[in-house]
Design a protein around this ligand. Structure first.
Ligand code: AFP
Length: 301
């Protein structure tokens, strides 16, 4: 089976980017091994005032250290770090945006969680998602998988018993589908979101929602449908973050024939004001996203 290294070389991936992707991918093994000894909460809060799980900070520090020591990364912005980190000694100018451990509230339930990474060039994280050179997520489920795009379609790799990533699925295409997951409590939903959910339910959509965005998205990538974390009446920007969650996964979705929006805009075309800004997220099959935009486009929605 084709390895990650074979694929990147055959795809003509630039050498520095290949080195960085392989470096990040190699962190999945140690991260996976750390779960059993890092089940608790760290007793600290992130910049959003959210409880940090021990694995949030462990994975964050692990990847930051690898990026800094590599000399490949000039800037790194993490969901778990208040400030954008600058590595003065960098010899190349990649820039990383990341959620080091998405879904961490599920770690104690042994449900799938993951690491989400976006890689820019030009040494800056303050860019539209469309400028990404690569996006990937590592999913810690029954297998450790790496879902990756370098802008040439989406590939899924699985780590074997020797820690080598083997190609599991090439050139993945997201089908139309009927699965949906949505955050927020129903009384908190805005009128357009309620209209959208009622519309797709009438068309036969059914709920699949675990509390782990990256795991829920991976299911949508495979079977089709949509993941939503909408604007809520008391949280007009929703919960998830533009740069760390929407942009890398949205880049993968688009490369697989899907799409991502906040209800009106393509989130890959949004110029970030603040690395930590939140955004409503609708990501999934093209048909579902068309329905979202049509409903949000109605004034009376
Ligand atoms: P945690 O990383 O704090 O578990 O949050 C996970 C998440 O950002 C995303 O992965 C989930 O889809 C969403 O939040 C779940 O939020 P709710 O608990 O409000 O449904």
């Amino acid at each position: 089976m084709t390895t990650l290294q074979d694929y990147l070389r055959a795809a003509g991936c630039e050498a520095g980017l290949q080195e960085l992707i392989e470096l990040i991918a190699r962190q999945a093994g140690p991260i996976r091994e750390a779960f059993i000894t890092h089940q608790s909460y760290a007793g600290s809060e992130n910049v959003y005032g959210e409880q940090q799980a021990a694995m949030d900070t462990w994975a964050d520090e692990r990847i930051i250290g690898a990026a800094r020591d590599s000399g490949l990364v000039r800037e790194l912005s993490s969901e778990e770090q208040e400030e954008v980190l600058t590595f003065a000694g960098a010899k190349q100018d990649y820039a990383i945006v990341m959620d080091p451990m998405d879904g961490s509230s599920l770690i104690q339930t042994n449900l799938a969680v993951g690491t989400i990474i976006g890689i820019f060039g030009n040494g800056s994280v303050r860019q539209k998602g469309r400028n990404l050179k690569a996006a990937l997520y590592m999913l810690y489920g029954p297998m450790t998988t790496l879902t990756l795009t370098i802008g040439k379609g989406v590939q899924i790799f699985a780590m074997d018993h020797e820690g080598v990533y083997r190609l599991l699925e090439a050139d993945v295409r997201m089908p139309e589908g009927t699965l949906y997951g949505t955050g927020g409590k129903r009384p908190e939903w805005t009128a357009p979101h309620t209209t959208f959910i009622e519309t797709i339910e009438k068309e036969g959509a059914k709920v699949r929602y675990t509390g782990s965005y990256v795991a829920d998205f991976h299911q949508i990538l495979k079977y089709g449908g949509i993941y939503c974390y909408p604007a809520l009446k008391d949280r007009p920007k929703g919960k998830l973050r533009l740069m760390y969650e929407a942009v890398p996964v949205g880049f993968i979705a688009e490369q697989a024939g899907g799409a991502i929006t906040d209800g009106t805009r393509n989130l890959l075309d949004v110029e970030p004001d603040d690395p930590h800004q939140r955004t409503p997220i609708y990501v999934g099959s093209a048909g579902m996203i068309r329905t979202v935009k049509e409903i949000f486009g109605r004034t009376h929605a």
